[in-house]
Design a protein around this ligand. Sequence first.
Ligand code: PNW
Length: 472
Amino acid sequence: PAPSPEAARRAFPPGFAYGAATAAYQIEGASAEDGRTPSIWDTFSHTPGKVVGGDTGDIAVDHYHRFREDVRMMADLGLTSYRFSLAWPRIQPTGRGPAVERGLDFYRALCDELLAHGIAPVATLYHWDLPQELESAGGWPHRETAFRFAEYAGLAAEALGDRVSTWTTLNEPWCSAFLGYGSGVHAPGRTNPADALKAAHHLNLGHGLAVGALRSALPAGSRIAVSLNLHAVRPLSGHPDDLEAARRIEAVGNRIFTGPMFEGEYPADLIADTSHLVDWSELVHDGDLAEISRPIDLLGLNYYNPTVVSSAGNAKDLPRHDGHGDSTHSPWPGAEDVAFHLANEDVTAMGWPIDPTGLSDSLTSLYREFGVPLLVTENGAAFEDVVSADGSVHDPERIRYIEGHLGAIADAIEAGADVRGYYLWSLMDNFEWAYGYGKRFGMVHVDYDTLVRTPKSSAHWYSQVIRRGGLA
Ligand code: PNW
């Protein structure tokens, strides 16, 4: 019988990438092996009081030594693509100078293993592990860091361009700039709103310069992307003050990146909102916007939850929530008068509300606005997983979360958005930044005593979606 229209609607296009994602510092461990030196996350996690429980990525889930086992597991699950990040301090330990071959050898071996199992590698150049030496020289608020990043990008592309055909430059530069230098809940833990804005510009510039370096080093046909955690912003009400709050958050949360990358300029309202903090005409040099707006092939969206905002004045009696840790410093320069609210009470273990419509809305409007093919480079959820007596992990909430968000992608595709793939965050439980190992996002459970990996029921479920080519 012909498939019902409903079933047809839930199938993904041929060639759709069914993936999972990880990041180097969250999984690799081996923090001092083969020439690797500390990144800002080593320094930060070893600073008392910065990470819950004093957890660090020193060992993490020991992926550096277990990658063959991990790739076999991915192949068993049927993944067609895998998004991981390269550790800058393995490849260029001081952030300058020639590449370290032993560091590159690890990624060559990882890619060879992936390719041998028919899994397409997607490499992210920067998932937050800045070499500590570059931070000591000023970090992202310092313009020079952008040029160092582009040099590193060129080295990585020359070494791995024969194996990796899809690259992303930065992962979530909003987090690097505003959690790293604004609220200070991420490395390097600085709390200066002007530095956070400078960091954002230099991350943008680093992205653009890296796109240039990648284009010259990579074979024709390679694809270049960036992964942004664009906030699906919703005003709490139609009150003009709440609409103004939403505008400000969209400016410093989203358009600060999409403006220069896709439209070749910083939004005038963002500049007005923040001109008491930085002199934009001094920060942005001639030629910077041309670099930053170099065309890219794909836009990666990382989506977890919608962001409901009101003016602080309109929020006096409402419960507040911002989901960015409990720093007293705001990660929103120029938008300090904004209150954050839960979209609903149905939340994950992070306290993040579950609402897939933010994903379909974002994909639809991004494609309409910028016309660039899209990837969902992260989406997923932490829950309080329980290990049964037989060692299995039954996680129906995670299945419900993923199913809802895959459905939202199908909705966006139906509405005309060109979405090319989905990368579940995360392949396996790992070091969840400031929350340490307490928050588990994996579809594969990791026992932190034995490091044994066990696919959860969500992994088996996702595996069936992949084999079926869509939702049932
Ligand atoms: C992303 N926020 O982090 C990262 O790309 C992953 O490495 C991380 O493990 C995952 O999402 C889950 O947290 C974020 O506060 C961290 O808005 C914080 C925020 C957003 C994303």
